[in-house]
Design a binder for this molecule. Structure first.
Ligand SMILES: NC(=O)C1=CN([C@@H]2O[C@H](COP(=O)(O)OP(=O)(O)OC[C@H]3O[C@@H](n4cnc5c(N)ncnc54)[C@H](OP(=O)(O)O)[C@@H]3O)[C@@H](O)[C@H]2O)C=CC1
Ligand SMILES: C[C@H]1O[C@H](OP(=O)(O)OP(=O)(O)OC[C@H]2O[C@@H](n3cnc4c(=O)[nH]c(N)nc43)[C@H](O)[C@@H]2O)[C@@H](O)[C@@H](O)C1=O
Length: 362
């Protein structure tokens, strides 16, 4: 891949795709091809074929997908399996049909069995049952890995697959119903902090930028508080029931599950650096069927909530709703193969959370 290569980044507006575009531009690759979802629906095969025939990209980063957290995955399984199967099948087949030199397919650590040994080695794929809350999504991701593998075997294509761990960073999804845990913690704690400190102006600015269920900064305090309560962000003012001894607002935010599952978090900018590095330096015969990309350690969701609370400055209460699913108990990736490629993550979780909160506020 050189500076004159035509490079298509599918999903360029998303958390991962936008980070890959930033990294490619930083490294001087300027013949980038991008299409938004509204410009090109990748589940539509005819449109995808027409686009590839027209643009003839030489390199493809496949970072477009229907993505969401544990609640979204368990609520809309048909959307997750159908849309991700179609995106993968259309883009991978069109890449083969148009002679794309190299494709990098983004999978996810959710492809591994629920109770596989930790850390998760690439060999553990399909070794036992998947995590039910995201089985649909995982099967679509596994199918994409196998599409790349069998096109490589039958047609000698060079289609590589990478399996990142949980990601976070700029352009993340902060929708409290469909997001992953880290952006949800940032948002819930930020809104809780505004309530605790009586900063209604800041709260209204937040809601104008990211309305919740149609409620934005122009709504009344009463309307805003009733929506926030629906998402487990509640406040009790002095004099209201239940009464508290001191005369300050009491804020609590509800988080899902027990807080005991462990997760590994990699900043999207690190992932993007790894993706561009691998695309530049390696081919599928050197990385095998797929490659884990992680940071090498994990923490409990409870510990994560403490870290985000520190970064945001949230001093209110946290309530755990164990009626909500925990999902996989742990999914720490084995990054032995990645280490052998001499790539290492550079952004610590502490620094990454701080810079993600700064981005969230700007
Ligand atoms: N976020 C995470 O924690 C992790 C993500 N990954 C993987 O990384 C990849 C990217 O995820 P992420 O960046 O987080 O997701 P995002 O939702 O942030 O970005 C996905 C992008 O794909 C686009 N897209 C979705 N459906 C279509 C479609 N039918 N046609 C065209 N474009 C479409 C979206 O556009 P629009 O929003 O307009 O629909 C969006 O720009 C995925 O393959 C995911 O599995 C892997 C591990 C962890
Ligand atoms: C990347 C990976 O991500 C997904 O799997 P996940 O890691 O289980 O997803 P998650 O980030 O949504 O949850 C992680 C943990 O956090 C807990 N949790 C607490 N409170 C909130 C909360 O407020 N929101 C969310 N989303 N989770 C919460 C939640 O209960 C769970 O125990 C796959 O769907 C799939 O997308 C995939 O590949």
């Amino acid at each position: 891949m050189n500076k004159n290569s035509k490079i298509y980044v599918a999903g360029h507006r998303g958390l991962v795709g936008s980070a890959i575009v930033r990294r490619l531009e930083e490294k001087g690759f300027d013949k980038l091809i991008t299409r938004s979802h509204s410009e090109l629906d990748l589940t539509d095969q005819a449109s995808v074929n027409f686009f590839f025939d027209e643009e003839k990209p030489e390199y493809v980063f496949l970072a477009a997908a229907k993505v969401g957290g544990i609640m979204a995955n368990s609520t809309y399984p048909a959307d997750f399996i159908y849309q991700n199967l179609m995106i993968a099948a259309n883009v991978i087949h069109a890449s083969y049909h148009n002679g794309v030199a190299k494709l990098l397919n983004l999978g996810s650590s959710c492809i591994y069995p629920k109770l596989a040994p930790q850390p998760l080695n690439e060999e553990f794929l399909l070794s036992s049952a998947l995590e039910p809350t995201n089985e649909a999504y995982a099967i679509a991701k596994i199918a994409a890995i196998k599409l790349c593998r069998y096109y490589n075997e039958q047609f000698s294509t060079n289609f590589m697959s990478v399996m990142p761990t949980n990601l976070y960073g700029h352009n993340d999804n902060f929708n409290l119903e469909t997001s992953h845990v880290l952006p949800a913690l940032i948002r819930k704690m930020h809104l809780g902090k505004c309530l605790l400190e009586g900063k209604w102006e800041a709260l209204r600015v937040d809601l104008n930028k990211r309305p919740i269920e149609g409620v934005d900064g122009s709504n009344s305090e009463k309307q805003i508080l009733s929506i926030l309560a629906k998402y487990g962000i509640t406040v009790v003012y002095p004099g209201e029931k239940p009464t508290f001894a001191d005369s300050v607002p009491h804020v609590s935010i509800t988080l899902w599950g027990t807080g005991t599952p462990r997760r590994e978090f990699l900043h999207a900018d690190d992932l993007a650096d790894a993706c561009v590095y691998i695309m530049q330096k390696y081919n599928v015969n050197e990385i095998g069927e797929f490659l884990n990309i992680g940071i090498g350690d994990d923490l409990t969701i409870r510990e994560l909530s403490n870290m985000v609370g520190e970064a945001v400055g949230y001093k209110g209460k946290i309530v755990w709703d164990d009626r909500k699913p925990d999902g996989t108990p742990q999914k720490l990736l084995d990054i032995t193969k990645l280490d052998a490629l001499s790539w290492k993550a550079g952004i610590s979780l502490k620094d990454g959370i701080e810079n993600s909160y700064k981005w969230y506020l700007n």
